[in-house]
Write a protein that binds this ligand. Structure first.
Ligand code: ADP
Length: 486
């Protein structure tokens, strides 16, 4: 399948290892599909254990020189890469929409968002400060310096094929580390295009290695078992994250985990209803419901429940699902056929227990992997849509009567990534923001992410923060030096 690219050389189908484009040791390839049409875009090299080991060795060797460079030198290369990503934004967006499905406007937005992590960490690279600590003795001083953690391995998901990579690579390279990445098998092309631009930007060989693969277990086993890997950064599902964390314990690797979510939005009766409807819908249906901070549960105060549902349904009925490359589409497909089945299982279970699908409730008739934007009412906390991450365009709307009840419902989950509240009562803003168990709270706002904020969760949603001034810490070790005999 031909993609409409200005620079067709951005479409790569080999792995990127030690600065070279290579086939895997096995010689196997695997197909990448367009979820809007079901068509095969291309076949990509299928890397395995041996390739992973080679990439880790290359990263280890490349890091030796890279960490000795000044922060300003590292920053200059990153800045150059950022510029190339922005220059090629349109092509990167077309590649992303083709392999992932999101509409082109969202893909353009993600490319800019992804690039912003490279820009941000290019700047932060220069601000890795140490400390001088006053000691109890007069004849010594305590110094603290920060050093790169070592070779980093990263495993990334398909829902943000660009930004989930750059927000790991940016801080890793800025800190002086080298990185080996296994992108999701559904979306390796965005990762490879980024690597091609890094190569053009003059990033030295071995610092960034991309291993497309269908054998995630095999690659994961090498990444978590190899003693030269000092840190694993993972974004994906909670069960896989837990398994990887366990395996990392054998060699005591550092880990950053960005796992599943079950985000509530709590809409109080003093909220600006139109803003709450617009914000909730934007967050719920972004990327067709496939982001880890998408609203999963809409909790509406009973006094405004009917009014909210009416306005929300009117808005959702205006959506037009279709191929993301088509300008008239507001929402794209879900990622694959399995996703359609997984969503339907959750919807059916809710319907069997008494929920009502007032909009949607089934896959769309059109070709490709489309699910109708769906709204469920008459839902309860006994249903799986309350407990599990839906990861699709399905909005269950629950009702509550008091602030205490809303907080209890919001916290009634093992997850703790993002939460949102709509209210104009400033006292309530503080009470609820502090009581809610999660890493990020949006108050009267659901577009909460950017490169400058600390993204991450608590509870079983993970550990560590990506982006912001805190994001570099995950890639740095603290070393204390005692200066004695003064
Ligand atoms: P999602 O539901 O987003 O696909 P996954 O956790 O299954 O979440 O996938 C996220 C990333 O983890 C992908 O790159 C996938 O290939 C990888 N992955 C899945 N299972 C394993 C595993 N057992 N070991 C290592 N990586 C895995």
């Amino acid at each position: 399948m031909n993609l409409p690219l200005n620079d067709p050389s951005l479409l790569k189908n080999q792995g990127y290892l030690n600065g070279e484009w290579v086939n895997g040791d096995s010689g196997d390839t695997f197909p990448v599909f367009n979820p809007a049409t079901g068509e095969e875009i291309t076949r990509v090299a299928n890397m395995g254990t041996i390739d992973t080991r080679r990439a880790i060795d290359a990263a280890k060797a490349a890091m030796k020189e890279w960490q000795k460079k000044s922060a300003k030198e590292r920053s200059t290369v990153l800045r150059h890469w950022y510029n190339l990503i922005i220059t090629n934004q349109e092509d990167l967006a077309v590649i992303m929409t083709s392999e992932q499905g999101k509409v082109l406007a969202e893909s353009r937005g993600e490319v800019a968002y992804g690039a912003s992590f490279i820009e941000w960490f290019a700047e932060e690279a220069k601000r890795v400060y140490g400390d001088v600590i006053p000691t109890p003795q007069t004849d010594n001083r305590a110094i603290v310096i920060k050093q790169p953690v070592g070779v980093v391995a990263a495993i990334t998901p398909w829902n943000f094929p660009n930004a989930m990579i750059t927000r790991k690579v940016g801080p890793a390279l800025a800190a002086g580390c080298a990185i080996v990445i296994k992108p999701a098998e559904e979306t390796p092309l965005s990762a490879l295009a980024l690597a091609k631009l890094a190569q053009c930007a003059g990033l030295p060989a071995g610092l960034l290695n991309i291993l497309p693969s269908k054998n995630s277990r095999e690659i994961g086993a090498e990444m978590t078992g190899n003693p030269f890997v000092k840190k694993l950064s993972f974004t994906g599902s909670t069960p896989v994250g837990k398994a990887l964390m366990k395996r990392c314990s054998d060699t005591v690797k550092r880990t950053s985990m960005e796992l599943g979510g079950n985000a509530p939005v709590i809409i109080f009766d003093d909220a600006d209803l139109d803003k709450a409807v617009a914000g909730a819908a934007a967050s719920k249906y972004r990327n067709s419901g496939q982001t880890c901070i998408c609203i999963n549960r809409i909790l509406v105060q009973d006094t405004i429940y009917d009014a909210f549902v009416e306005k929300f349904a009117a808005l959702v009925k205006t959506y037009k699902i279709g191929n993301g490359l088509d300008k008239s589409s507001t929402h794209g497909p879900v990622v694959n056929k399995t996703a359609i089945g997984d969503i339907q299982v959750l919807v059916d279970e809710a319907l069997e227990k008494g929920a009502v699908a007032i909009v949607g409730g089934k896959p769309s008739d059109q070709d490709g992997y489309f699910y109708e934007p769906t709204i469920l009412t008459h839902v309860s906390d006994s249903m799986r849509v309350f407990r599990e991450e839906i990861f699709g365009p399905v909005a269950p709307i629950f009702s509550f009567s008091s602030e205490q009840e809303a907080i209890a419902m919001a916290n009634d989950t093992e997850f703790g990534l993002a939460s949102y509240i709509y209210t104009r009562d400033q006292g309530r803003v503080w009470r609820v923001s502090e009581a809610i168990e999660c890493g990020m709270v949006g108050v009267n706002e659901t577009a909460i992410t950017s490169e400058v904020i600390p993204f991450g969760g608590i509870k079983e949603s993970g550990q560590g923060r990506e982006g912001s001034k805190y994001g570099l810490d995950d890639y740095l070790e603290i070393k204390y030096i005692c200066m004695g005999d003064l």
